[in-house]
Write a protein that binds this ligand. Structure first.
Ligand SMILES: Nc1nc2c(c(=O)[nH]1)N[C@H]1C(S)=C(S)[C@@H](COP(=O)(O)OP(=O)(O)OC[C@H]3O[C@@H](n4cnc5c(=O)[nH]c(N)nc54)[C@H](O)[C@@H]3O)O[C@H]1N2
Ligand SMILES: Nc1nc2c(c(=O)[nH]1)N[C@H]1C(S)=C(S)[C@@H](COP(=O)(O)OP(=O)(O)OC[C@H]3O[C@@H](n4cnc5c(=O)[nH]c(N)nc54)[C@H](O)[C@@H]3O)O[C@H]1N2
Ligand code: SF4
Ligand SMILES: [Mo]
Length: 685
């Protein structure tokens, strides 16, 4: 007797921004297996541990099945109509009594382009630019820094292009653990004899492969990069032809670099001058050099300065706009690039139209059938949490984010969220944030809804719906469309399915004009900018001119500023936070995977042998880590992977973000997750 056949359907990994593909096996409305998709252009059949565990969360017993409303300390099940009408009524009351800016919206880099588009459209029609998402905690500094220097905030080349680079400069990215499938192109380049320079305060698996490791102090990146540029100019390694033809601002930059003293750079960074010279020569002299970076660069109060410094370096050496030469910020989440493109940002409408640009804003308002859209820049993620604390923000609508684990200074976030009149959380699980909500809405996950996702290379790929959602869960697009209709925009949110929403995105965003459903459904999708239907897409940006108004790359002198918090007698160590290969962000998905949890169970802190010995700490011992914000107890891992004076903690478990500093970069408003002053003491056994 034979049962129904398993149907194998092409799918996109729901975790990181690399955007790997696989075949999902569907049988009787369940996902029953996963097969490698060997002809997928990104991964060519490979997957990392998270990709391999992607199905474990889908049919998990913890999935949210029904809308819930707060009842005392717990929740009570209610119908969709009661939930949606109840939320709409309270939002409209708050809008009437306190104005639309008393409401905030968090979009989701785990949701589709269509869903993020609808959410930001709803927020703006509701009357506020208080719409933001985790990109603010992630690559906001990249978007701002590259927009200022190159005119576009995105990665300039496809990942596969790294295979053609002769020198790869990795700074503040642990792609072996965080973008595992991106690392294979680096492997190809190394086999061809490329030189790998890695600047990271820790010895990560990327460093194991490096020809040269610059182990600089957390937060000293600008000093290090200025040092490298100083060497390039001193030794005449800059690309005069490129600078003359394609950049502006060279003289001012040269003057400011003249004042940089390499001995002082060694003092600030802890990196010997000779190593800085070697890195500079290798980077500048190579035929094609690429810079890859991620959170080690962006998550600082100097995040934008760091990114501008990287752009300066690339422009000085002329390493941009060619195969193998470019700037590669590796984006984090499966659809963080797309959520930004859609305008789920407090300062940008769809297609990076500044909310302050009256003329272009009016054009979008007309397309949305409304006389005007709000003109003032809205609150960012961390600002919303502060505003919730002061009472300026009364309601927060969260679609697919878990700030109670991932925002900095979590004790303060909890106070803010408790202070709200209305907290709505739309998620697939009852997260730590959902536990504080007034309403919890059960969402369908990636396999249970259709839509498009944009990976770190700007590649837009379609995920078909494979199975129905569990219980009464609904796709995010459907929930948001209902909310839009119930709060007053019946015509704008008459949305029968995601497909017409993508058609609307095509009409509103010039870069997405040719990104049709058909194109995104093709194997490997299509890469924006794709300005018209037949256009092949644009894998490499800035080949002949930059996206700035004058077409030039803008060089800008940057002076080193130290991080917001310096070690002192009471908090003598520098805490930096980040990721491990086995867990993903707030862990809401990966902590529910047995395969992953059994290999990494709880919070830990990595401490150097010298700092451990000084405190009488042993490997595996319980310790208390404290900062000016609070304490977290965890296991100590004594390891020379971290330098003396620096400790590292993953943020996938509760506790880490009790410690982190919510000081912000003045432009990008990203918090300084990568530097906090801390102390560590042993706990009695
Ligand atoms: N396994 C796994 N993969 C993921 C994620 C995950 O949670 N788990 N999350 C996804 C997301 S959202 C993102 S944004 C990416 C992030 O990917 P990454 O940015 O690669 O990850 P992080 O661990 O945050 O930080 C990268 C590196 O910065 C270094 N660093 C710390 N301080 C400094 C500094 O001051 N300067 C410099 N130059 N480097 C420093 C750290 O030692 C670390 O090696 O990963 C994505 N992929
Ligand atoms: N200390 C420290 N903190 C950090 C960082 C750091 O390096 N150090 N990194 C920061 C960075 S780079 C990032 S990107 C943020 C990430 O911060 P968050 O975005 O808050 O983290 P995630 O765990 O990815 O949250 C995604 C949520 O979406 C839910 N979800 C998944 N699929 C769906 C869906 O289809 N629909 C809906 N509605 N929900 C869904 C998941 O269950 C989860 O609760 O964390 C930041 N926090
Ligand atoms: S590298 Fe990223 S996209 Fe690829 S399998 Fe791993 S988590 Fe998924
Ligand atoms: Mo991220």
């Amino acid at each position: 007797m034979s049962g129904p056949m398993i149907e194998w359907v092409r799918s996109i990994c729901p975790f990181c921004g690399v955007g790997c593909g696989f075949l999902a096996g569907v049988e009787r409305n369940r996902l029953v297996g996963l097969e490698y998709l060997t002809d997928h252009p990104v991964c060519e059949g490979a997957l990392c541990p998270k990709g391999n565990a992607a199905l474990e969360t889908v049919h998990h017993a913890d999935r949210l099945l029904h809308p819930l409303v707060r009842k005392g300390d717990g929740f009570e099940r209610i119908s969709w109509d009661e939930a949606l009408e109840g939320i709409a009524a309270r939002l409209l009351d708050i809008q009437r009594d306190h104005g639309a800016d008393a409401v905030g919206f968090l979009a989701s880099a785990k949701c589709t382009n269509e869903e993020n588009y609808l959410l930001q459209k709803w927020a703006r029609l509701f009357g506020t630019n208080n719409i933001d998402h985790c990109a603010r905690l992630c690559h906001a500094s990249t978007v701002a820094g590259l927009a200022r220097t190159l005119g576009a905030g995105a990665m300039t080349n496809p990942m596969s292009d790294v295979a053609h680079s002769d020198c790869i400069f990795v700074i503040g990215s642990n792609f072996t653990e965080c973008h595992p499938l991106a690392s294979r192109w680096v492997g190809d380049a190394l086999e061809r004899g490329a030189f790998l320079v890695v600047a990271d305060p820790r010895v990560t698996p990327v460093v194991w492969q490096a020809d040269l490791h610059l182990r600089h102090r957390p937060g000293s990146d600008v000093a290090l990069l200025n040092g490298m540029m100083k060497v390039i100019l001193q030794e005449g390694l800059h690309n005069e032809g490129f600078i003359a033809a394609r950049t502006s601002g060279f003289d001012v930059l040269r003057q400011s670099l003249a004042a940089v003293d390499l001995a002082a750079v060694e003092e600030i960074t802890g990196v010997p001058v000779a190593a800085i010279q070697e890195a500079a020569r290798r980077y500048a002299r190579a035929k094609a050099s690429v810079i890859m970076w991620s959170m080690g660069i962006t998550q600082h109060t100097t995040g934008v300065d760091n990114v501008i410094s990287l752009a300066n370096l690339a422009l000085l050496a002329g390493h941009v706009g060619r195969p193998g030469a470019g700037l590669m910020p590796l984006r984090g989440q499966s659809n963080v690039q797309g959520a930004c493109d859609m305008g789920a940002l407090s300062n940008f409408l769809t297609g990076y139209v500044p909310v302050t640009d009256a003329e272009r804003r009016a054009r979008i308002a007309a397309q949305w059938g409304t006389p005007e859209l709000p003109a003032a820049v809205g609150l960012t993620v961390v600002e919303m949490m502060h505003a919730a604390g002061t009472g300026a923000l009364r309601a927060l609508y969260v679609m697919g984010e878990n700030p109670m684990i991932t925002d900095p200074n979590v004790d303060h976030v909890r106070e803010g969220l408790r202070n709200l009149d209305l907290l709505v959380v739309q998620d697939i699980f009852l997260t730590e944030t959902a536990e504080l909500a007034d309403y919890v809405l059960p969402a369908a996950l990636w396999a249970e809804k259709a839509g498009s996702y944009t990976n770190t290379e700007r590649r837009v790929q379609w995920q078909p719906r494979l199975i129905p959602p569990p219980g009464e869960a609904l796709p995010d697009w459907q929930i948001i469309a209902s909310m839009g209709r119930l709060t007053g925009w019946a015509d704008q949110f008459d949305v029968p399915s995601p497909e017409p929403v993508l058609a609307e995105i095509n009409a509103v965003s010039p870069a997405y004009r040719g990104v049709t459903q058909e194109r995104t459904q093709a194997l490997g999708g299509v890469t924006w900018p794709c300005p018209e239907e037949g256009h092949p897409g644009t894998p490499i940006l800035h080949e002949t001119r930059f996206a700035t108004a004058d077409g030039l790359g803008h060089l800008e002198p940057i002076a080193y500023r130290p991080p917001a918090e310096q070690p002192d007698d009471r908090y003598p160590l520098v805490l930096t936070t980040g990721r491990t290969v086995l867990h993903y962000n707030s862990g809401s998905m990966t902590r529910r995977s047995k395969a992953l949890l059994t290999r990494e169970r709880s919070l830990f802190v990595e401490i150097s042998p010298a700092d451990a010995a000084q405190r009488g700490l042993e490997d595996g011992q319980q310790v208390r880590v404290s900062t000016r914000r609070g304490d977290a107890d965890c296991l100590a891992r004594v390891t020379s992977a971290t330098a003396a004076g620096v400790v590292f903690m993953p943020f996938h478990f509760a506790g880490a973000n009790v410690l982190t500093n919510d000081a912000l970069d003045p432009t990008a408003k990203i918090p300084e997750y990568k530097v906090a002053a801390c102390q560590i003491e042993g706990l009695p056994r």
